[in-house]
Design a protein around this ligand. Sequence first.
Ligand code: ADP
Ligand code: ZN
Length: 348
Amino acid sequence: MDVIQVNTASRPSTVYCGTGAFEKLKEESGALFVLTDCNVYKLYKEHLAAVCPGAPVCVVPAGERHKNVRTLLHIFDEMLAARLHRNAVLVAVGGGVVGDMGGLAAALYMRGIRVVQVPTTLLAQVDSSVGGKTAIDYGGVKNVVGAFWQPERVLCDPLFLHTLPSREIKCGLGEILKTGILDAAIGAKLWENKARLYELAFLEEIVADCVRFKARVVAEDETEQSGVRKSLNLGHTTAHALELAYGRRSHGEYVLIGMWLESFIAEREGVCSPAHAQYVRDTVALAEKRIPVFAGARQCVKYALLDKKNAAKDAVSVLLSAGKGEYAEYTLPAQRYAEYLSLLEARA
Ligand code: ADP
Ligand code: ZN
């Protein structure tokens, strides 16, 4: 099992990656309160009962559309009903949605209780469970109400990956390929293993690499102030805009499409070389062979303008890959960004 330290200033956390990671929950001191969603509960009820017998379990509906204030209030109701004390531990067992909401509930309940993240999707294992970002969506804006709240531990157990539908694997691959574009060594490993990208044995291995990368970035820039953590937003301005406008594919797929589109921005705005832009597109193609066509894509500029990264009213900020291991934050007028979006509308 890989044990990775995330040395954040607010509170360091430890990530366990590998078979048996889930069992680490048995070592937790204090009362446990489990938060999970209905799908995960159905699949892993017995595992939960074996690892944390007798702990109250709050089961919420699955899916991003429930990552809202209503569900959050329901979680508080159940925490109060369980008479949860301030030294209790909230255990978030699920994908990114459960992790984000569980983290936020833990950050707010009694001004903050400990949280252990047990990510059960590939996306949550490689990305969202590490780094302490917690949030709900509100007013049509993704992750707009939230807090930084570091988990005490993150338990990435491959056990959970066996039941993931292929759509969810592809979703995680989106963030894995993003990491590969940001980190040359991970990128090389992905290319060397391009035939094994959907193999669980390979994914198990790459999860630890991605966590190690993210741990480094988060330790350097916990609250996205100095800049390095912003690099993790590669492809995300466009991904979030498309997600809000179309919302049928998974987050990771939109990230792939976002990186594809933003590689053209980087190339044509002179932020990266044509060869590097092509490398980004080829890397995306390892998982997304054909970029889908989005009718009316340029209308999505209105969603991109809602992004938290934007400083000015009529401009869109994107995070661009400038070279292997290099990135640049780039701001362009909304109109010009809309023209780039039209690349998604039709292709020869
Ligand atoms: P993500 O982690 O991709 O952000 P979600 O938390 O919405 O997203 O999880 C995606 C979907 O996968 C949800 O419907 C969730 O219930 C389901 N899910 C989570 N973990 C597993 C698992 N290990 N096996 C099968 N389905 C899972
Ligand atoms: Zn993401």
